[in-house]
Design a protein around this ligand. Structure first.
Ligand code: PLP
Length: 420
């Protein structure tokens, strides 16, 4: 028995979540997004589509993922009981494959032969290249040169998988520019090509469709926690880049009044212009890349530079449904800075034998910081959106500079900097 909240969770026909979302695309793409919306509506109601997707999610991707009780971390923090939803164990190493698999099946239904994608951390590029290989699609991935450098391993993986990785050098040469290039390609090749967008962002129907394809995370977690603890969790925590892993976990719990939810954004070097990607800390309402939402812009409306140690969170805008859920007060948003995230990365690795993606580590850092304020019998689920293999070089570099600058050793137990 638990209380529920009334919420309207469906966007309107033009994809508005309250005042957010919509379809802000050039004339040349309007028919493409409308066709996609119609095809997706048909597919979601087709049991055959669902069946094929479910089969592939289990036999190819590795679902269901475990809900793991992190006993040692729990004991160490002396706070709530901490569970990890292990999306890091999925094929290709992150939650992104849930969405990529759904969209490639849709592209196949639509008779497309080519997929394009943007990528930041490279995880979405790898997921897209993977499903493209599996279904014999031509695949082109746009990636900023800055990201190509910090995620060189993923560039190699995409190439092994037969994808063409196109370097994007303009602007900040990260995710935002890669999306622009992907949209340009889509306009030109819309007949043959599906744009396999990687997060709960962009013009309708993407935010809704990507959410639907990731809700399997929350559906499983809900079933698993009820099996293991015979009750719902008290708190869900997930990192928020575009917002897909977070909405995937949160969505099936939104009507459960007793379940608190926190989305954690990238605090980077701190909340100063150009140093972070925490849209809800210092952002404003604006329109970027097809949707109306919270984003980081200066007083002239120019999109600001962003920074995060994790490429996957390094983006100036957040998915429109998150803006809506924040307005409703249903989900809270906080941030974690790079240094705190790197400490949490080492903490989880050493305590649980799980090396997390730097993105997911933002959620871990939040829980480490707040554990003491919670009760021992409370239940927390952290979304482990991905594994840290891709981040080895970044972290090694950080450790080298830290040692080089002599800026302090690992703090003793119980005085984690974020617990201060
Ligand atoms: C891409 C990525 C993210 C950020 O994207 P969301 O759409 O916000 O989930 C988070 N974690 C991992 C491991 C990623 O690869």
């Amino acid at each position: 028995m638990h209380s529920t909240v009334e919420l309207n969770l469906m966007p309107d026909v033009h994809g508005h979540f309250g005042p957010y979302g919509g379809m802000f695309v050039p004339e040349t793409l309007m028919s493409a997004v409308q066709e996609l919306t119609a095809e997706y509506e048909k597919a979601r109601q087709d049991p055959q589509f669902r069946l094929e997707l479910d089969n592939l999610l289990s036999s190819y991707c590795g679902r269901p993922t475990p809900l793991y009780y992190a006993e040692r971390l729990t004991e160490k923090l002396r706070g709530p009981k901490i569970y990890l939803k292990r999306e890091d164990l999925l094929h290709t190493g992150a939650h992104k494959i849930n969405n990529a698999m759904g969209q490639i099946l849709l592209a196949k239904r639509m008779g497309k032969t080519r997929v394009i994608a943007e990528t930041g951390a490279g995880q979405h590029g790898v997921a897209t290249a993977t499903v493209a290989a599996r279904f014999g699609f031509e695949c082109v991935v746009y990636m900023g040169t800055v990201d190509m450098e910090r995620q060189a391993l993923n560039v190699a993986r995409m190439e092994f998988l037969g994808a063409k990785v196109v370097p994007v050098t303009v602007g900040q040469a990260t995710l935002k520019e890669a999306i622009n290039e992907a949209m340009r390609d889509w306009v030109t090749n819309v007949r043959s090509t599906h744009y396999l967008l990687g997060t709960a962002y962009g013009p309708h129907p993407y935010p809704m469709m990507v959410r639907d394809l990731h809700r399997v995370i929350g559906d499983e977690a809900r079933r698993q926690i009820l099996e293991q603890e015979e009750r719902l969790p008290d708190l869900l925590v997930a990192c928020v880049g575009g917002g897909s892993n977070a909405i995937g976990l949160f969505y099936p719990f939104l009507r459960d009044a007793g379940v608190r939810m926190v989305g954690v954004e990238a605090g980077g070097r701190g909340i100063r212009p150009g140093d972070h990607a925490a849209r809800f800390q210092a952002g404003k309402l604006g329109i970027l890349q097809g949707t109306k939402t919270w984003l980081l812009a200066d007083d002239d409306g120019q999109i600001q530079l962003t920074h995060s140690v994790s490429a996957g969170l390094d983006y100036a805008a957040v998915g429109p449904e998150h803006s809506y859920l924040r307005d409703l007060g249903r989900v809270e948003y906080d941030y974690a800075t790079d240094d705190v995230v790197l400490e949490a990365f080492l903490e989880l690795s050493k305590t649980e034998g799980i090396i997390p993606a730097l993105e997911s580590t933002h959620a871990v850092a939040y829980v480490i910081k707040h554990a003491r304020k919670m009760l021992r019998d409370q239940l927390v689920i952290i979304n482990m959106s991905g594994r840290g293999d891709k981040d080895v070089q970044q972290v090694a570099q950080f450790l080298a500079t830290r040692e080089g600058s002599g800026a302090g050793k690992m703090p003793p137990h119980g005085t984690h900097p974020s617990a201060a």
